[in-house]
Design a protein around this ligand. Structure first.
Ligand code: CTP
Ligand code: MG
Length: 183
């Protein structure tokens, strides 16, 4: 199996991996639910802020633009392909934080306080948010990136390494004092 098939899905997913922790660095200020409650509980909670959302997604976007520029410098790619790539990176970056929001919504409905552990949800919310939004908005790009030929093994690799990566990045954030819990 060509190494590129194994590594490309991960490289192309990087904007999602970066958007999630960058939301922690940017976070703070007005909560996205404006303190509103639903059925006696916060809609999303204080852990989801506008600054975190746009700071995180924006950071993912910046990385996406850098990756695109890097790609272009290696081998000139046509303008339509450049645009396609940028669009996909944008979807992945915003999808990651939308997945994070969806998970917070679910956690609040389950009665879990902000920051409470939700195994599975905490590790995968951003990844599945990103992948599902890309699948919904650009299914052809999704299929070419993650499903064609041996790329599916690259997708499996992405899914398999996510819990460990998530854990490592959160530990760093925790040690830096940026994150209240190490998960
Ligand atoms: N954060 C933010 N805005 C976002 C996402 C994250 O401000 N849209 C910041 C918050 O300071 C949050 C921290 O990043 O506390 C850690 O993110 P996360 O673990 O996703 O949130 P939790 O605090 O665990 O809250 P929840 O239980 O709702 O997931
Ligand atoms: Mg958390």
């Amino acid at each position: 199996m060509p190494l590129a098939d194994l590594l490309l899905p991960f490289l192309l997913t990087l904007p999602a991996y970066v958007a999630n922790p960058m939301a922690v660095l940017f976070g703070g200020g007005t909560p996205m639910d404006f303190d509103r409650t639903w059925r006696g509980r916060r809609v999303l909670g204080d852990g989801k802020t506008w600054r975190g959302f746009f700071g995180g997604a924006g950071s993912g976007l910046v990385l996406g633009a850098l990756l695109t520029a890097l790609w272009n410098s290696g081998s000139e790619i046509p303008l339509w392909a450049t645009e396609r790539l940028l669009l996909a990176f944008t979807i992945l970056a915003f999808g990651a934080l939308l997945g994070d929001l969806a998970a917070a919504f679910v956690k609040r409905r389950l009665g879990l306080e902000r920051g409470a552990k939700a195994p599975g949800l905490d590790q995968f919310d951003f990844l599945f948010g990103a992948l599902l939004l890309l699948l919904a908005l650009d299914p052809r790009f999704f299929a070419a990136t993650y499903l064609s030929g041996d790329r599916i093994y690259g997708l499996l690799l992405v899914i398999l390494i996510t819990p460990a990566l998530h854990r490592a990045v959160n530990l760093i954030g925790f040690r830096m004092g940026k994150k209240k819990e190490p998960w």
